[in-house]
Design a binder for this molecule. Structure first.
Ligand code: PAF
Length: 286
């Protein structure tokens, strides 16, 4: 497994891997890898001959006052995990390699970037779309893998890939991989490491309260009431604020008043200053 930090070297390496028609899968990450990322790597491994994992804490997707500086960086530990997963190359560029002096281009995806994290974190999805567009062009993979935990991000990347024809000839598939959860149901996230022992214990309420809200809606409770109950449960369990608890269409990310065929429940809530997000299908017939 090679760790590559320069674009020219990446191009040479990927061309070498592709020789003879081998398929390349890309798993974009910001490092601080956990079982959720490794599940993406395994899905990528099953779909392609070679897996390239990018590790890049992308500054353009962090807003002012967010955790860019504090975001965990642990390349040595991440490399050891990826070596064991038979990854062919790690693409770990420095910020100047990705955004050299004079960099002036931004990819902005309308519609699906609005609402939810798009409203709470202005500019976040422009940063994500821009860096993922660059990663696709840098690595030129045949397919790429993303976690469904960041469902809105996945919707943004899919829209961008279709709109900018990034799906052909290189990225023929943007795959979403189901969220990997801790034993108590909390979605795995690099940010869970910020939680104290008490906060971590309380955080387990989040998926349970979401499931309870979905069950209530299935049994006929109106969405407004079920979502209010969900928020109240979290606020009495140690969460200090709720950024959003909303039903939205899974593809368009448009707001839905009630659960129906293609809706998901989306939640972002803060505990001890850490912002946790999750989403689950909320179709009445599932
Ligand atoms: O999900 C992430 O880790 C990041 O948003 C991504 C897709 C690697 C882009 O920086």
């Amino acid at each position: 497994m090679q760790t590559i930090t320069k674009l020219k070297m990446l191009r040479n390496t990927v061309d070498g891997l592709r020789a003879g028609g081998a398929r390349i899968a890309l798993v974009p990450t910001m490092g601080a890898l956990h079982e959720g990322h490794l599940t993406l790597v395994r899905a990528a491994r099953a779909a392609a001959d070679h897996v390239v994992v990018s590790i890049f804490v992308n500054p353009t997707q962090f807003g002012e006052g967010e955790d860019l500086d504090a975001y965990p960086r642990q390349l040595a530990a991440d490399s050891a995990l990826l070596e064991a997963e038979d990854v062919s190359a790690i693409w770990a560029p420095a910020p100047e390699e990705v955004y050299p002096q004079g960099y002036a281009t931004n990819v902005s995806v309308a519609g699906v970037s609005s609402g939810l994290c798009g409203d709470d974190r202005p500019g976040h999805f422009d940063g994500v779309a821009t860096v993922v567009c660059k990663l696709f062009n840098q690595v030129r993979p045949d397919c790429a893998f993303f976690g469904e935990k960041d469902w809105q991000q996945l919707a943004v990347i899919r829209r961008m890939s279709r709109d900018l024809d990034l799906t052909l000839p290189h990225v023929d598939a943007v795959h979403g991989v189901p969220t990997v959860r801790e034993e108590d149901g909390l979605a795995m996230s690099s940010r869970n490491a910020y939680l104290s022992k008490e906060q971590r214990a309380a955080a387990g309420t989040l998926p349970r309260a979401m499931q309870a809200a979905i069950a209530a809606m299935k049994s006929g409770v109106a969405a407004a009431g079920a979502l209010k109950e969900l928020e109240d449960t979290l606020l009495t369990s140690g969460f200090e604020s709720i950024d959003y608890a909303e039903l939205r269409d899974a593809d368009t990310i448009e707001l839905a008043n009630e659960a129906s065929e293609n809706t998901r429940l989306f939640l972002a809530a803060r505990i001890g200053g850490t912002r946790l997000i999750d989403n689950m299908p909320a179709a009445l017939n599932v």
